[in-house]
Design a protein around this ligand. Structure first.
Ligand SMILES: *Cc1c(COP(=O)(O)O)cnc(C)c1O
Length: 221
């Protein structure tokens, strides 16, 4: 099933849009099947989940951290992940900088925008994105590669459109500034229920779980 789902979705997505498999609660076997079917990026929300499966997934793929990241997890996260999509504070950015400086590496990140949903606790408010990126651009071991946003998770996907549009606007504004250490390439928006709308609004990275792997048991996140 996973194989067919991945292939179908890959055929469906327009050129230039990359499919990330959101793999929370999935086994290494399920992830391997997805990668063999053509997935190139795996997203995990928790360090523990990634550690549980990463050594068993021998197929080559990029790993993106897409969950809420606590400072005390940064050291491990920068060792095993290729990108952090969920940077939403200067404090977190400084910790990433500190750990990467020691490792002598540069971490690609996206800034997570809380594009407007009140009950969403993570992400930086749209009005604060510009300032945060301005501050992060002085950190030499972090490369800002774009923005990520969640938008409403359930309900009518059309309800997500204004959030995606707003995020795209901020993306374009920041891109036009040509800040050092900032290379606005990646706009990560859209999940199972909303990816079509997200793509219409300019997403070039969609993070999809349920539609690839089936319903999750826990239904958390
Ligand atoms: C779970 C999750 C997704 C995928 O959600 P689905 O509705 O299962 O497609 C995407 N992004 C993040 C940050 C997630 O936590």
């Amino acid at each position: 099933m996973i194989k067919e789902n991945v292939k179908r979705l890959l055929r469906e997505l327009p050129e230039g849009v990359t499919l990330l498999a959101a793999a929370k609660e999935r086994s290494a076997d399920e992830i391997c099947e997805a990668v063999r079917a053509g997935i190139t990026i795996i997203g995990e929300n928790y360090l523990q989940d990634a550690l549980r499966v990463i050594n068993e997934v021998e197929e080559k793929a990029e790993w993106h951290f897409i969950g809420h990241l606590q400072s005390n997890k940064v050291k491990k996260v920068i060792d095993i992940f290729d990108m952090i999509e969920s940077v939403d504070s200067l404090k977190l950015a400084r910790e990433i900088e500190r750990c990467c400086e020691r490792r002598n590496k540069v971490m690609p990140v996206l800034i997570e925008v809380n594009s407007g949903k009140e009950d969403q606790k993570t992400g930086v408010a749209p009005n604060d994105v510009m300032q945060l990126i301005g501050e992060i651009s002085s950190l030499d071991h972090i490369k800002v590669m774009g923005l990520m946003t969640m938008g409403p998770r359930f309900g009518d996907p059309e309800e997500s459109r204004p959030y995606f549009r707003k995020t795209r606007e901020i993306f374009e504004q920041i891109k036009a500034l040509h800040l050092p250490n900032v290379e606005m390439k990646c706009l990560s928006m859209g999940m199972t229920n909303s990816y079509k709308v997200a793509i219409e609004e300019g997403a070039n990275l969609v993070r999809i779980g349920t539609k690839l792997f089936g319903e999750r048991e826990g239904r958390q996140n």
